[in-house]
Design a binder for this molecule. Structure first.
Ligand code: ADP
Ligand code: ASP
Ligand code: MG
Length: 434
């Protein structure tokens, strides 16, 4: 009987340089006999570097080609270390970079988001070409699959929404037969395409989500995401000391944690897995033998306090200009606008004459929103805030988190406390100097 499919996702950190790619290959060697579908992100911080190319071209700073050259150089150095100076991979990597050069040869496209996706997606295309060629070269036969042939999205660039029925149909028709053949199948995270074959992206950090889409459509036995941390921790180790690994998590808890900013898993990842009861493992590519975190439905809901911090928050206090109550028809209007702009609302509260909402402050969505509503509403805006979410809170944990912060909005619902906060300015903290 054929083995069931497992889906693996390797993110930027696991592919950041030649040694990292060799380490991934060593992990894969231990799965040689398995039916694996491997989803890869762009290498290291390539997506950020491509964003700079896009911005430079958009603003016409004249730096775009130079920035692209630095990205190319980095990738060619990795190729040199993996393949030596001659290999077929150079031509295919070059073909991908040429597509960016074509975009840069033209004046900046009027649709920024469209231009963004055409350029930034090249990060995943080159990393997947290099990884596929390297794994095949060292005796792990691997087929390359273009994720854009499978994942159909709507035409909202930079945040394509998956069209599930068509994606399932394309997966059955194109991806499944590849998984029947010997060897691994390797594809790109983060990217999809519209019905007109324009490349789209699924939102930053979207490769985990891609792996979940493939897991769902291929009825995978399990999905594993390989990270630079031992598993899901009680908080981000970059921000907090004394974090501990959670061995087992329910889908529900994982959805809540990631939705409120636990950056270890993309928030959209869990739902498709939950719908088909596909377990998710979060494991360390540094210690591949270690247990990691197991996420499934069969897990008891008792957890230690867990903290997620989401930065770049804006708090909007919205009041009618004529001092009338903010009534349902106002809410309906405001929410339609929020939905149209695809803003993420993290917290809200209403009083008699105002409505307060905390949203992710990305791109210029907040400015667009204010511009649209300011005729009818007065808006007080606070920016550069953070949203701190504590699940399964204990009082001492909350007290610690509040230290040095001004809390602008707080909400408590069963076992969850959320605070929109900013740091107390140094002047007001009166720090002791002795
Ligand atoms: P990838 O290489 O897949 O893109 P990311 O860098 O996006 O990986 O995610 C891993 C990072 O997520 C970790 O290095 C860690 O700093 C951060 N992180 C945030 N919250 C948590 C958490 N609760 N548990 C573990 N890691 C977390
Ligand atoms: N490369 C993309 C990003 O950095 C997608 C991902 O890594 O998940 O956002
Ligand atoms: Mg990431």
């Amino acid at each position: 009987m054929k083995k069931a499919i497992k889906v693996f996702k390797f993110g930027g950190a696991s592919l950041k340089d030649a040694n990292a790619i060799m380490n991934v290959a060593n992990i894969l060697k231990t799965f040689r006999d398995q039916r694996l579908v491997i989803v890869v992100s762009a290498m290291g911080k390539t997506t950020n570097a491509f964003e700079e190319v896009v911005n430079a071209h958009h603003k016409g700073t004249g730096e775009a080609s130079k920035l692209l050259d630095a990205i190319k150089k980095h990738h060619y150095q990795i190729c040199e270390a993996l393949f030596g100076s001659e290999d077929e991979v150079y031509a295919s990597v070059n073909d991908a970079f040429v597509e960016v050069e074509w975009v840069l040869d033209e004046p900046p496209h009027e649709n920024y988001d469209y231009m963004y996706d055409q350029i930034v997606s090249i990060g995943e295309l080159v990393s997947s070409k290099i990884a596929q060629a390297y794994f095949s070269k060292i005796g792990l036969p691997t087929q390359w699959l273009d994720a854009r042939d499978i994942i159909l999205t709507d035409d909202i660039f930079r945040e394509g929404w998956v069209q599930w029925e068509e994606t399932q149909e394309r997966c059955d028709r194109l991806a499944k037969p590849m998984t029947e053949k010997p060897g691994f199948v390797l594809t790109q995270g983060f990217i999809g395409s519209t019905t007109e074959n324009f490349t789209t992206t699924l939102g930053r950090e979207g490769s985990d989500y891609t792996a979940a889409i493939f897991s769902y459509c291929l009825d995978a036995e399990s999905m594993t995401i390989w990270k630079d941390v031992p598993g899901v921790l009680t908080a981000d180790p970059r921000l907090f000391n004394h974090v501990t690994k959670i061995d087992r998590l329910s889908y529900r808890e994982a959805i809540e944690m990631t939705y409120y900013g636990a950056k270890v898993i993309h928030p959209k990842t869990i739902k498709p897995l939950q719908n088909k009861s596909i377990p998710l493992f979060v494991k360390s590519f540094v210690e591949p033998e270690a247990e990691g975190t197991f996420i499934s439905s069969e897990v008891e809901d008792t957890y230690p306090p867990m903290v997620a911090v989401e930065q770049h928050q804006a708090l909007l206090q919205i009041a009618t200009r004529d001092f009338s109550f903010v009534a349902e028809h106002h809410m309906s209007y405001l929410f339609t606008l929020i939905a149209d702009l695809r803003m993420q609302v993290n917290m809200m509260q209403n009083t008699a004459i105002s409505f307060v909402v905390c949203v992710n402050d990305i791109d210029n969505k907040v400015d667009q929103f204010i511009e649209k509503v300011q005729d009818q509403f007065k808006v007080i805006l606070d920016r550069d805030l953070e949203l701190i979410t504590v699940r399964h809170f204990q009082q001492d944990v909350l007290d610690n988190l509040r230290r040095g912060k001004i809390i602008l909005l707080e909400e408590r619902l069963r076992n969850t406390v959320q605070m929109v906060a900013r740091d107390v300015p140094v002047m007001q903290r009166k720090p002791k100097i002795k």
